[in-house]
Write a protein that binds this ligand. Sequence first.
Ligand code: UTP
Length: 274
Amino acid sequence: MKTIKKCLFPAAGYGTRFLPATKSMPKEMLPIMTKPLIQYGVEEALESGCDTMAIVTGRGKRAIEDHFDISYELEHQINGTAKEHYLTEIRQLIDNCTFTYTRQVEMKGLGHAILTGKSLIGDEPFAVILADDLCDSADESVLSQMVKVYEKYRCCVVAIEEVPKADTSKYGVISGHLVDGSIDTYRVENMVEKPDPKDAPSNLAIIGRYILTPDIFNIIEKTKPGIGGEIQITDALLEMAKQGKVIAYKFKGKRFDCGSVDGFVEAINHFYKK
Ligand code: UTP
């Protein structure tokens, strides 16, 4: 039986770094080659064993729902033509996944967006993918690797990578002790959201992949707004870490920060060459 069946996609953010492109179009619909960012995320979740994609949207995000639905008019037009194959991949996703949606009415931060998804998740462990962090790996997807880590430790798992110390203020940063060097897992002892390089506990930064246990929802409910006035998932996870319930996993693969223009261009070049 699959341990992680649902994947939550917080996709309500404003995407201000991509204005004006994101004025009326969701950041998650920005294409890398011919596929929007969120489709890569859904493919990764499906490959990792999830069959329910729980998407937290907001105002101006209708295009996401339309993307994961049939477009009768378009399909009628191209059925039986040489262009039919362009829709094969997306049709497979629509046929193999259930998509559920809820709206975050006020954008109060990532922690709040995850809490908004509670009604879609219920009382079971779940994955979280931030679609603007696009991951590519040679063999197994990053989320599949994390599901294995979850199955070993049965607690929250965050994906981490080493970043230049000067960049710590863009990320949640952890410190902890190595528990298994053969698979690069750390028991998290401290985590800080967007620390100044001089205050950062390490250069191990959390990227947009999490596996969370449902007790996180109660903790987020009690979490006060942190840096930027937003309810931060890092602050909620710190409470879990104090009880020894968070593992950080240095994933195998490459991550592109497609929420920034530089990372987005890098991802396009990478996938184009591929
Ligand atoms: P970001 O801070 O990277 O996204 O949030 P943003 O706010 O959309 O982008 P900028 O900084 O203005 O350019 C990380 C993820 O959390 C989601 C975003 O959609 C993104 O996937 N998020 C963030 C929410 O769903 N709700 C929020 O209130 C905040």
